[in-house]
Design a protein around this ligand. Structure first.
Ligand SMILES: Nc1ncnc2c1ncn2[C@@H]1O[C@H](COP(=O)(O)OP(=O)(O)O)[C@@H](O)[C@H]1O
Ligand SMILES: [Mg+2]
Length: 274
């Protein structure tokens, strides 16, 4: 039985001044230990959704629950301690003058004792493969390295859920791969729940489950292979379907039997050889 960690129950959100209805009646559950990818075109409501999960915004209607605790002004801190967030631009996330200070900052704010702090800084930087950069100044790091430090800073306060909002979108392919591998390692070693928000379907293909947002509503939900069978429907709502999916679909259209629509190059090759 999957254990629900977060529940979003009929949540809507309207931005007050322009009265933009960014989210319309969203209901979904997030399960302990899973990697959930949320995808959708620009403006589909993904970032609004992220902000509603940790109380940066409060719903116009409906509610967000952490296990059984509803999110209110009084419980916001329970949510912030449980949900660690990493955003798009790594440069805006640094507060320390060295990598070590940066990770220390969040811990000092939470009153973690000094000895424990040192231990956690070293452990978290090792986990993201940045231990050798402990005393470096953040502006000397590459984009991928900065994002890995940002992840270490969040992991250091031991959140149960790691929420990444387009955290890899500013990175080059190498940086992107580094960050994705880091996240996957952490998820396995620490049994963290990962929610990654992305418009990149290739990245989403690695998740356990995908939820597709469109115009502030849930368009589809399923495993990557279930979602990729929607192929053309995804393109219609402005998503860029990975190349292997397109090739797989073309082959199917031509009557070539495939067991399933492949969504990685390796998967495509396997389908073609078996
Ligand atoms: N601060 C804001 N004030 C008014 N409208 C906003 C604000 N932020 C986002 N929106 C609008 O809400 C909708 C959803 O935006 P957003 O959640 O940022 O989508 P995404 O992250 O999927 O690109 C869009 O129509 C956007 O223009
Ligand atoms: Mg966004």
């Amino acid at each position: 039985m999957r254990e629900k960690i977060l529940t979003v129950d009929e949540v809507s959100y309207e931005y007050p001044y322009q009265s933009v209805k960014a989210l319309k009646n969203i209901s979904l559950s997030i399960y302990k230990g899973e990697w959930l990818a949320i995808v959708g075109h620009n403006g589909s409501g993904k970032s609004t959704f992220a902000k509603l999960l940790n109380g940066l915004l409060l719903p116009s209607s409906g509610q967000v629950l952490l296990q059984d605790i509803p999110l209110t002004e009084e419980t916001i801190w329970d949510f912030r301690e449980t949900i660690g967030m990493v955003f798009q631009n790594p440069d805006n996330q640094f507060v320390g003058t060295t990598v070590k200070d940066d990770v220390a900052f969040g811990l000092e704010n939470r009153g973690v004792p000094r000895e424990e702090m040192v231990k956690r800084i070293e452990e978290c930087l090792s986990l993201v493969n940045m231990y050798d950069f402990l005393d470096q100044e953040p502006h000397h790091l590459s984009g991928g390295q900065k994002q890995r430090v940002a992840i270490a800073s969040v992991i250091a306060f031991q959140p149960g859920i790691l929420l990444l909002d387009e955290a890899t979108s500013m990175l080059d392919p190498k940086g992107r791969t580094e960050v994705i591998q880091t996240i996957n390692t952490l998820r396995k070693q620490k049994n963290i729940t990962v929610v990654s928000i992305t418009h990149d379907l290739e990245e989403a293909a690695l998740a356990d489950r995908i939820i597709v947002f469109n115009e502030g509503t849930i368009f589809a939900e399923g495993t990557p292979s279930e979602i990729f069978t929607l192929n053309q429907e995804l393109e219609k709502i402005g998503l860029d379907v990975p190349f292997p999916v397109k090739v797989g679909q073309k082959l199917k259209d031509k009557g070539i039997q495939l067991n399933e629509v492949p969504f990685t190059v390796e998967g495509l090759i396997k389908e073609l050889w078996t």
